[in-house]
Design a binder for this molecule. Structure first.
Ligand SMILES: [Zn+2]
Length: 186
């Protein structure tokens, strides 16, 4: 889409600001904003750990705020900006509230539901399809995620090393099993 004022970039900048708030709170750094008529009516960052709620993704929180601002569950003239490709849960929510457009930064080929692993946003048998714009400020969005997971791995390694007691005769049954750090799923 032609965007002479680079509005997409500017709104993604705001979503990135939210993602950095998540980063500072030791949450997976994803941020989202909902825009209607050129105004931000919802903004949030991922708060799964803070709220101990697996559904507290940035998109879900931002959509809920936007629905309150509009006074309706229908967000037919709204655009969702999010720093990472939405997961199936969030893409499902986008379809349910009939959002017109989704703009995202970092692609997620393993778990993304906006064309990465699957495409729920334009699923032929669902009653709503929305426009997708990908790759907006994707480098900044991806770098933030990589940096976060890199630090998490270093931290986990340090924690394992510091919590391995070396007491004679106290080896666990089966002996020492080195933990393999799993790749985080988002
Ligand atoms: Zn999600």
């Amino acid at each position: 889409m032609d965007d002479p004022l680079n509005l997409d970039g500017r709104f993604m900048q705001e979503a990135l600001r939210q993602a950095r708030r998540a980063y500072d709170a030791a949450e997976v750094p994803v941020g989202a904003v909902v825009v209607r008529g050129g105004k931000i009516i919802g903004r949030a960052f991922n708060q799964v750990e803070l709220l101990k709620d697996a559904t507290a993704h940035a998109e879900m929180l931002a959509l809920t705020q936007a629905q309150s601002a509009v006074g309706d569950w229908r967000l037919t003239d709204c655009t969702l900006y999010v720093t990472k490709e939405p997961c199936p849960m969030c893409a499902g929510a986008v379809v349910h509230c009939r959002c017109a457009r989704v703009v995202f930064g970092a692609p997620d080929p393993k778990g993304g539901a906006a064309g990465g692993a699957l495409n729920l946003l334009q699923f032929p048998t669902l009653n709503h399809r929305c426009e997708i714009t990908s790759g907006v400020r994707s480098e900044e969005c991806t770098t933030l995620l990589r940096q976060f997971f890199g630090e998490q791995r270093t931290l986990n390694r340090a924690l394992r090393l510091s919590s391995t007691p070396r007491v004679a005769g106290s080896n666990p049954p089966g002996g020492f099993k080195p933990e393999t750090p799993g790749e985080p799923d988002r």
